[in-house]
Design a protein around this ligand. Sequence first.
Ligand code: CA
Length: 237
Amino acid sequence: MAKQKILIIEDERALQEVLSYNLEREGFEVSVAADGQDGIRKARSFEPDVILLDLMLPVIDGLEVCRQLRADVKTQRIRILMLTARSEEVDEIVGFNMGADDYVTKPFKIKPLIHRIKALLRREGVEKSSRDVVAVHGIQVDRVNHTATAQDELLDLTPTEFRLLWSLVRAPGRPFGRNELMDHCRGEDANALERTIDVHVRSLRQKLGLLGELIETVRGVGYRFRGESESKTTTPS
Ligand code: CA
């Protein structure tokens, strides 16, 4: 069996060394990046199973790294364990739903950290499937088969509209800024967003028919998918 791979994105040299030494001893294949940009690059080329991601990083900080990894189909499934310096930062990670799978607060002990990594690796098989299909308010999006339905009718979406819908439905009630949605939608196709995000939203709403109302405009921010708490019915009135 191939070794499981761990990418350490951490700028503190001493910590890099302690982590790689211990993880290699545990039988993992380890790669290290010392800043956010290099980290994203290595996440793409090294294809790790788990990333240990420091929050405070040079060039691109940890939250932004996390966001970019989650927005890219090539890296979005990688398990991310955040390393944070202060416990207050945890609120930020959890509150902003940046897509980290777990976190540890510095200073941490190596043994419990390794347990957390192994737990993440075990969890993966189970969670992958549930993470790939989202069904809310009569809309179902399947990321693996790349299909979306509204009240069981198959939708004919452009790749950008598909990614847009996927981003919104998986976090009902959470407002997304236009720039954030642009990042989510860009994917591999850099030319996909010559039109503004508003144009894509308008088109997506049209294709959703009556359910298009579920994509709400958040004044001064952007858009959100109607939250659970605000609508109990499947069909908007
Ligand atoms: Ca740091």
